[in-house]
Design a protein around this ligand. Structure first.
Ligand code: HEM
Length: 436
């Protein structure tokens, strides 16, 4: 099942394409959005399905076009989600496989295929369905108001990504799982290290591999205790549902059990926090869009879709061909891995008019920031609800928000977006009184 020798069309490339691939896959590649746009545009134009061979990374196809990504994601019988789900260096893969003894680091929903995928997804599906989400709406609006109150109590300046977006989104998944707020900061740090180990600001150990290992073991220990507690005393939370689940009629195996929690605690907050911070950063960079949103709050829903398209917080997921097939006329061999670059798809000029412009009234906006097909993000409506609640509150409470320092972007081959956004907010008189 190893990658077959590349045919001529796979191997054909130029120095410009090589450096575009570097931008695409290096953990610092998204540091400059303009450079990233250029790299994605070049690849979409010149080699939209590009065979990548790089020292230290197992070869794979870089898939850049919207139509090809949607096609691969929806042909799930031909393209499996596991076992290679993320781009990682061979060294990191080896370190992590030594920890788990398995072909992948974790085996959560994102790594599963039938028959497990549907059965495991069904365990918590109801918690993400409209009735359950509607029941959360009041609490979510209150929580958005409270987090803005907390920031306002400390003055006008804050780091929106760190002080608002992160604690806001983490409490939402923490509340659903049933973990106490007192554990949020620690759990968020572990979850962020796990998916962003290349970022020195997220690192817990010397190397990215050791950081992931440390984070994974700490998360495992934490959730083992949670499972033991819920098995003894079930509650009305996701942790109890997962702890008591019996997929295929038997208790969930330990590896899948811990992976389930790790997936929720990582997927459930970092992505949404990055979309919130990146969405606000984009509004601050386009003051006419911000002014329009303030004047026409009914544009909030399309504005949020545009933030999702614009930020595309998940850089990629991977698929593996389970038999010889083809994509857009290119032969793909059994065992070939394909990395689906969502950011590039969401800037594809064939699908999006004026794709490089941030327009809060964009319509239609069929972005695939949440993926497509059977693995489509389970939390997509929850993420939208969180973004709506927080932006509605910010617009209501502030007259002006301005940038007050350097924007920093996360370094990770997997996540993309703004990890530090120093801002100054001018709170309306009403809120100043409330906060006083
Ligand atoms: C802006 C926020 C978010 C973005 C951009 C995002 C993006 C994604 C993407 C791209 C996938 C993979 C889809 C695919 O392979 O086709 C995914 C899967 C998933 N997401 Fe999200 N996500 C977000 C928020 C959330 C939230 C709040 C949760 C809540 C727990 C969540 C839970 C999940 C789960 C459980 C999966 C795995 C689904 C499966 O494999 O069946 N996500 N997400």
């Amino acid at each position: 099942m190893s990658a077959a020798p590349p045919p001529a069309s796979k191997a054909g490339h130029s120095a410009a394409i090589d450096s575009a691939i570097d931008v695409l896959i290096s953990s610092q590649g998204h540091a400059s959005p303009a450079r990233l746009e250029r790299a994605c545009a070049l690849l979409r134009r010149r080699s939209p399905l590009h065979w990548v061979e790089r020292e230290g990374v197992r070869p794979f196809w870089a898939v850049m076009r919207y139509a090809d990504i949607v096609s691969i994601e929806t042909r799930s019988r031909e393209f499996a989600a596991g076992p290679r789900t993320y781009l990682a260096s061979e060294t990191a893969e080896a370190v992590l496989q030594r920890v788990t003894g398995k072909p992948q680091l974790v085996r959560g929903l994102t790594e599963m295929d039938p028959p497990d995928h549907g059965v495991y997804r069904a365990i918590i599906q109801a918690a993400f369905a409209p009735p359950a989400l509607r029941a959360m709406e009041t609490w979510l609006a209150q929580w958005a108001a409270e987090i803005v109150d907390r920031v306002a109590a400390h003055g006008d300046a804050c780091d929106f990504a760190v002080d608002v977006a992160l604690p806001f989104t983490f409490r939402v998944i923490g509340r659903m799982l049933g973990t106490p707020e007192a554990d949020d900061a620690r759990l968020a740090r572990l979850a962020q290290a796990f998916v962003g180990a290349e970022d020195p600001k997220r690192r817990l150990a010397e190397s990215p591999g050791d950081t992931m290992r440390t984070a994974m073991l700490a998360l495992r220990d934490y959730f083992e205790a949670v499972v033991a507690d819920r098995r003894a005393q079930p509650r009305d939370d996701l942790a109890s549902l997962i702890a008591h689940a019996a997929p295929h009629g038997a208790a969930m195996p330990h590896y899948e059990l811990i992976s389930y929690f790790i997936l929720l605690v990582t997927a459930g907050h970092d992505t949404t926090a990055l979309a919130l911070a990146g969405g606000l950063a984009a509004l601050l960079a386009a003051p006419e869009q911000m002014a329009r949103l303030r004047a026409e709050p009914e544009l909030l829903d399309p504005a949020i879709e545009e933030m999702l398209r614009w930020t595309s917080p998940v850089r990629h997921f991977m698929r593996t061909a389970v038999r010889d097939t083809e994509v857009a006329g290119q032969r793909i061999r059994e065992g070939d891995a394909l990395a689906l670059f969502f950011h590039s798809a969401n800037r594809d000029e064939v699908v999006f008019e004026d794709a490089g412009a941030y327009r809060i009234d964009r319509s239609p906006n069929p972005h695939i920031a949440f993926g497509r097909g059977p693995h489509i993000c389970m939390g997509l409506q929850l993420a939208r609800m969180q973004m709506r609640a927080l932006f509605a509150e910010l617009l209501r409470r502030t007259d002006r928000i301005e940038l007050a320092g350097r924007v920093r972007r996360v370094r990770s081959p997997f996540m993309s977006g703004v990890s530090s956004l120093p801002v100054r907010m001018s709170f309306r008189a009403l809120r100043k009184e409330a906060a006083a």
